[in-house]
Design a protein around this ligand. Sequence first.
Ligand code: HMG
Ligand code: MG
Length: 320
Amino acid sequence: MAVVDGLPTTVRDPELPERVEIYEVGPRDGLQNESVVVPVAVKAEFLDRLADAGLRTIEATSFVHPRWVPQLADAADLLAVLDRRDGLDHPVLVPNERGLDRAIEAGCDHVAVFASATETFAERNLNRGLDGQFAMFEPVVRRAVDAGMRVRAYVSMVFGDPWEGSVDPAQAAAVGARLMEMGCSQLSLGDTIGVATPAHVGAVLDACAARGVGVGQVAVHFHDTYGQALANTLAALRRGVTTVDASAGGLGGCPYAGSATGNLATEDLVWMLDGLGIDHGVDLTRLVATSAWMAGQLGRPSPSRVVTALAQPADPSPAP
Ligand code: HMG
Ligand code: MG
């Protein structure tokens, strides 16, 4: 793999934050959607390499029903071999008390519940309606907070839903606010199918603020289906958001939303942050090398523009 020395020119914009926390979701959001099950040893190496590249918050896996997401059925095995060095945070998804029990048994101290802004996706992703999802999450959040764990809340389909169409920002904000009232400490706004555009991001942030959830508690989680993820991220940064979810190499999607494609690629985000002079702590060269290596493991090139520009991924179909 050859990485050329490419870095953008830095021009600082005083309107933007000085530092952004990157919340890496590749090992979870990325690998949950792969048609093949990636071996535990490869997942562990992926997580180690991401940490070596400077990422500090790396969502590791999900304690969901193994039949619903077989790609992550090895969650406990992965955590058993994971290098949990100091300063690293490895949140995991838990939908219900059974998932929380499994996460606690695996030694996790940071979990994430994941709600839907729409009835249809709640049913498809969680086998519950809108009200049923809150009933499922309430004891999870209460027990986790009582045990001193951090709890992140995701809301999916915030900007649009493939079955219900456009989603009212007030509806998405109401779902998020309810999770925050339960005791979650961060709200990640999920554009699961990548339909958001920048002013729409502002409208959703306004709706969240009107429900008492300010930008300091919000993270943004953009999938890049229509190529808007970076523009939407910049819009969120301009509004004061400082936590951005991204996926190394642009891996990602949701097995229960066919139109979801990969997340905002962490490399594309890092390139933009470097150009804007925003601190993030990630070594782009090491990250690109990691995503090029992972692309080789998965047998297909990374969709990230920056990975494509800076690396020559391993040939996905080597000659026999
Ligand atoms: P269910 O079938 O309704 O579960 O699934 P249940 O509560 O009726 O339980 C049925 C059986 O499953 C029981 O076993 C439970 O113990 C077992 P039995 O008594 O019959 O032997 N069970 C479990 N086993 C292991 N781990 C568990 C678990 N829970 C129940 N956690 C459930 C409900 C929520 C579990 C299921 O719908 C599920 O696992 N859904 C997860 C779907 C998922 O992971 N989707 C992708 C993540 S969301 C996403 O990607 C979006 C995001 O990135 C943001 C964005 O982009 O918008 C976060
Ligand atoms: Mg996602």
